[in-house]
Design a protein around this ligand. Sequence first.
Ligand code: HEM
Ligand SMILES: *[C@@H]1O[C@H](CO)[C@@H](O)[C@H](O)[C@H]1NC(C)=O
Ligand SMILES: *[C@@H]1O[C@H](CO)[C@@H](O)[C@H](O)[C@H]1NC(C)=O
Ligand SMILES: *[C@@H]1O[C@H](CO)[C@@H](O)[C@H](O)[C@H]1NC(C)=O
Length: 499
Amino acid sequence: MSSFIVSSTSTSRVNTLLVVVGFLAFATIYKLLDKRKQFEKRPPLVKYTIPWLGSAIQLGKDPDGVFKNATKAFGPVFRIKAAGREFTYITAPEIISAVYRDSKTFEFTPIRLDMSELIFGISKKSCNDMKNIDHFLKYHHEGLSAKAVHGLHQRYGPFAYDCIQNMMINFRATTITKLALFIKPPAYVAALYTFFGKTYPALESYEPFQIFDAGFLLLQTKLPRFILRKYLNAREKLTVLTEGYLTSPHEDCSDFVREMEGLVRNEKWSSRDMANFFLGDIWAFESNAIQAVYWIIALQLQRPEGLYKIIEEIDTARDSWIKNNSNVEDETHCQWILEGSFPFLTSVIQESLRFCSSVFSIRLVTREVTLGGYRIRKGDYVMCHTRSVHMDNDIHKNPTEFIPERYMGSETFTKNGRIVPNHSMPFGGGVSMCEGRHFVMGELKIFIALLLSAAHIELDPLSSERPQFQWARMGTGLMPPEGDLFIRVTRRTSTSSSR
Ligand code: HEM
Ligand SMILES: *[C@@H]1O[C@H](CO)[C@@H](O)[C@H](O)[C@H]1NC(C)=O
Ligand SMILES: *[C@@H]1O[C@H](CO)[C@@H](O)[C@H](O)[C@H]1NC(C)=O
Ligand SMILES: *[C@@H]1O[C@H](CO)[C@@H](O)[C@H](O)[C@H]1NC(C)=O
């Protein structure tokens, strides 16, 4: 080498250098071009200034603003980086539907198995078995189908009625309380009894469930155990309670649980894994439904008309049913609700779900694919962001306002002159769509109608505290309240709700 340098003229040295530099430059430009070509093809990334954290701070402050601005700037497919992780978000209804439909390219099963292990603590081995248990996922689906839920609603009626009546014993005189303390426990207990029977230690499980539920997102992060300890301890309590339930007689459970239990027992799992499998169901049955009853009452109470219009509707329906069925004893306490017509209450429920839900239906991409003109790579994660549809100005008039009557007319929801059939997707969609949606719509109607038959609820005029969304829980369904409402509760006596 050195002899070459020594013997070479200075011009040839310069030439060599130029070639090297030229080549380097070419290589760099080529690489850049190649990279740019790739970047152009991948969905645009929402700009951020702090590495790793990415858009986390903006998402924490104003998530609706982040999604709205990004959709406006880039269209309905873009990437957001937050807390070290990057996802592709989809915000337009037609592309969301395309992702939901193509469950081979946009897979959910591996994610469901990960969640079973990380969140619910089912052993890896049993999670692996779950890859081949289509028969029991099929029963799970059928047991909660629109046809099957009637029996569950009829079980729910008496439990909800008793839970509400037991609570109202404390409200003979007008009492000031917080809405969450008042409304969540009876809703929680009634649903557990409906599925598992009164042998399930529902009251005992309430506290640990609240803690476990609060840790739902953290448990997926694989953070060190000492950070997760509180949530893992709460989960352990729930595992032990559920294991105890499964190993003692519980003939009073629903057919749904009896049937599922039979199928799960065939798998020869440990009793812990069985308990944690049912814990997954308990979480699904409870977590969102108790937030729903909370927001229905909380949002309507903050309207000028308060609960008056709902009460008028349910009183009319109850009186009319009693007149028509004067010889019939309503043993389920909910026959009048299941047979009655509640257009206003139904609209309030639907509007509450539109307004308070934040769902990221997550999918793992199994092959390279084009979405909205962008290249999505194998191994990427795609999130269907249904709240963007709920908050779209074109589809919903004044989307940031809670409008109780929104769903009362025969209004169609359109964008650019085209009908948007899936304008409201609080239950997600596709293969991971909420299986409890048929049950929960009846559950909410029954609970609210029984509650407002038994209790007179008003805002406490002395408190100005108002609940906000707990945005930290975005993506998992209905956001819980941050803060609360103080309410004045009086027992209603002049009604025939004792029937
Ligand atoms: C208003 C109350 C509820 C809301 C807003 C809600 C919402 C959701 C959402 C967003 C998902 C995931 C969807 C996705 O990733 O695309 C889900 C899944 C699920 N929900 Fe619900 N849910 C509610 C109540 C219930 C109830 C009462 C039950 C049971 C009776 C239930 C059973 C389930 C089940 C079993 C799944 C899992 C589906 C799967 O993994 O394939 N949900 N729910
Ligand atoms: C969205 O854009 C508006 C208008 O440019 C801006 O004022 C607002 O801060 C942006 N919000 C977020 C969260 O980026
Ligand atoms: C009661 O009967 C009348 C007349 O048959 C009917 O129009 C009405 O819908 C019934 N109401 C209920 C709640 O069943
Ligand atoms: C979207 O609408 C179609 C047609 O009405 C329906 O079959 C599908 O289940 C809907 N999907 C969701 C997520 O609501």
